[in-house]
Design a protein around this ligand. Structure first.
Ligand code: ARG
Length: 293
């Protein structure tokens, strides 16, 4: 397995917005100028790539495939921890065609020694990768979102596969269809999240585990900017162009923001985090910074 911060990106060659499986997706807006949109998407992708490298990541590039435009969101491809990857199973037929190409991408990552083992999910549940199963390095467990996409049972399956605690949170709205849209643990132990995305019981669970001083509540405006969907390494944060509220909140807590215009990908309901997949997450590397405060 690799131990340096490494992120998988999928090239946007075949990216478009041609169907709608979440309320942010806007195929009509894309269809008004597909060539122009595609050019903007390529530029936005390059800007994200640069921002990730400047933030300290090594970037692994994988090719996309025709007919499966949402492959540009590899956060949904798998959950990876300690060099072991569990491949996703998608809820919607529009994305199921990604499973075979991602399986071959992971097989070549394995052959090159970037991951050690590639595992399957047990039958009978959906699980949409690291978009719905987020490693919290400060607390040493996963948080799993369920409801709109991943199944509740997938959280237990992940716990069995990785031998780590998985705290399941039920998502209450289609706008927050993946956990990564509304929930982002940061390196200092801070948690950026959007409270209305969760059921009351899940909100209670979350608040019981994260003290108020570490909780950063995102506003609806922050959510609409896809700013909760952020990539974090130490004090570096990469996200879409954000709001004055989050600039002040995160800046005040010592984070350094790199903002990228990802609007062509927001048309598909995605931001920075879902365009990435960390390959080097390790259960041994627990941030102790302020999580216990
Ligand atoms: N159009 C994609 C979908 O609806 C966007 C996925 C974004 N990924 C994420 N992890 N939030 O599945």
């Amino acid at each position: 397995m690799i131990t340096t911060p490494t992120i998988l990106l999928v090239e946007p060659t075949f990216y478009d917005v041609s169907y709608s499986i979440n309320p942010w997706m806007d195929p009509q807006a894309w269809a008004r100028d597909p060539r122009g949109m595609h050019r903007s998407a390529s530029r936005a992708f390059d800007a994200l790539h640069d921002a990730l490298r400047l933030s300290g990541f090594t970037v692994e590039l994988a090719p996309g495939f025709p007919g499966v435009p949402d492959m540009v969101f590899p956060a949904n491809a798998a959950v990876v921890l300690d060099g072991r990857a569990v491949l996703a199973r998608f809820r919607y037929p529009q994305r199921r065609g990604e499973e075979a190409p991602f399986a071959s991408i992971f097989e070549s990552l394995r052959q090159r020694g970037l991951v050690d083992e590639v595992m399957q999910l047990p039958a009978g549940c959906y699980q949409e990768g690291a978009g719905d199963c987020i490693w919290d390095a400060s607390r040493g467990h996963f948080w799993a979102g369920f409801g709109p996409r991943s199944s509740r049972e997938a959280a237990d399956a992940m716990s069995a596969r990785f031998g780590r605690e998985v705290v399941a949170l039920e998502l209450a709205t289609e706008h927050s269809y993946h956990l990564d849209v509304c929930f982002c643990p940061l390196s200092g132990g801070d948690l950026l999240y959007y409270p209305p995305a969760f059921t009351d019981a899940s909100l209670r669970e979350l608040r019981a585990r994260v003290p108020a001083s570490l909780r950063i509540e995102a506003t609806e405006d922050d959510l609409r900017h896809f700013s909760v969907n952020a990539v974090n390494l130490h004090d570096q944060v990469v996200m879409t162009r954000t709001t004055p509220h989050l600039r002040a909140e995160l800046g005040g807590r010592g984070y350094h923001l790199r903002e990228v215009d990802l609007s062509p990908f927001m048309l598909s309901g995605g931001g920075a985090y879902c365009m990435t997949l960390r390959l080097d997450r390790s259960s041994g590397a627990v941030n102790t910074a302020r999580a216990a405060a």
